[in-house]
Design a protein around this ligand. Sequence first.
Ligand code: AGP
Length: 609
Amino acid sequence: MCGIVGYVGEREAGKILVSGLRKLEYRGYDSAGIAMIVDGAIDVRRAVGKLDNLQAVLDADPLLGTTGIGHTRWATHGRPSEQNAHPHRAGDVVVIHNGIIENYVALREALVAAGAEIASETDTEVISHLIDAELRKGGDILTATQAAIARLDGSFAICVMSAKEPGRLITAKNSTPVVVGLGEGENFVASDVPALLDYTRDVVFLEDGEMADLTAGSVEVMDFHGNRRDRKPRRITWDPVTAQKGGYKHFLLKEIHEQPQSIIDTTRGRIAPETGEVLLPELEPLLAGIKQIERVVIVACGTAWHAGLVGKFIIERFARIPTEVDYGSEFRYRDPLIGPETLMIVVSQSGETADTLAAVEEARGKGAKVLAICNVVESSIARKADAVVYTHAGPEISVASTKAFTTQLTAFYLIGLELGAKSGRLDPALEAECIDALVQLPNLIGEALKSEEQIIRTARMMAPAQDVLYLARGINYPIALEGALKLKEISYIHAEGYPAGEMKHGPIALIDENVPVVVLLPNDEVYGKTLSNLKEVESRGGKIVAITDYADAELTKISESIITVPRTSTSLMPVLLTIPLQLLAYYVAVERGTDVDQPRNLAKSVTVE
Ligand code: AGP
């Protein structure tokens, strides 16, 4: 998973490429590089690490030209090094690539046998050599790229340039995203729209099996065999300012604070103001195609999987349909029992997660209908699904997911209410309570965000810890998992989420005065039981951090810190309990001085298996 950019036009390409790469750094930041054609020859600059390192190289040794390609890398094949950084050159050809070439070993052996000198450990370099070899046989960069693509197995978004044809770029897509930006006397290529927004809002999203031939004055889209495709551009209305930090120290903090607005955006137009009814026309064609939903299977990865675990409670509670949840990376390897009577719901912020995408393909292959909950419009998963409920959370730049998660939960409430209403199994009183709570939710999140001072104090206490336990029960147990994941991701502290009642079956052995125990304790039917579990923690010296809408005298006595959230319907408490956990992870990470927005070893969208 990498970010690619390309520019062809009259302007100085270097600045445009670097600014585009900055917007794509969330996709990976192991190394970066750009290439241009200078005086009829390819010239490349590359650097290990983040884009600032490449910028320093360019400051010391500028690269000037009006056509170029750029890349920010997340290593898959070959460790992060300058040698493995893209662009990769072979003869007169230079290539950038996002994806994995699965048959690269065989291709490399064949190329080496034919005399090619391979300089890197990457799978990508074979592509430049294949294209170079084709060019030597005759033809142009387009036909040479088509011939090379025919030999590739795997996923790729590539952008290709040749010293023989300055002022021309070729891009191609198979399973990883490519968007072509259309300008006046200039054209662009990128992995994602934010890289283009400073220059154009008119874009074409390439489909799998499509490529584009770009010059400053023209863009032609075709399939891999050269058959023209008539693709109408889409106008993107996103405000580029939404992709900036907006005054916050980190994107993560900005995105945490954006949640009241993003939930407004998720629910906008989806709750009828007069009747309070949920309006999800997206589901209609899908539901019309299923006689009766006998089962729901939710598939996702990471934070989105935690949203799926809450989704199971919601669908079973509201629509009484048996629901199971699986990881994208596990689903397709267990020969899943799924068919036309099963509704699959996949959850993915990026819509590009390879494991989730593969699960969609598996389910569709077995006849199941697929509903996607996605944030990124026109993403690969969104385009593969039978129906999509977009979360409309806006671009999420920070690697750790926050607003994407709470908007995914919101989408599940809407879907659960709709499925429940359509099946006639939803208790009208519960329906009215939940719709009212959904309408109030943005304000209540605003209230929850006000606990920041108490959270900062708690974060100082937790920051030196090596291990943290997160406990909760029922519908809030997935939130304990999510709280632990957030802490792990950005502060590098080991953390585990556990059902509170399970603690005595093992994890209790970990507890001593050095282990903070964060407990989610809403005032529901299991409050008293969880309180008993906390007494077991207290008697072993564990430091209790309670997140609750109700602190009785007993809880106050045994807790080191109490963080309060407003009260809402029991079903919607997971959203409110999430907010302090996000802030807690953020302030612990700040206290420990980690790279909050781009934590080590992680990338925003995981487009490889
Ligand atoms: C969460 O903070 C992580 N960034 C990660 O677990 C993420 O949720 C997961 O990779 C799934 O991504 P997706 O929603 O884009 O499919």
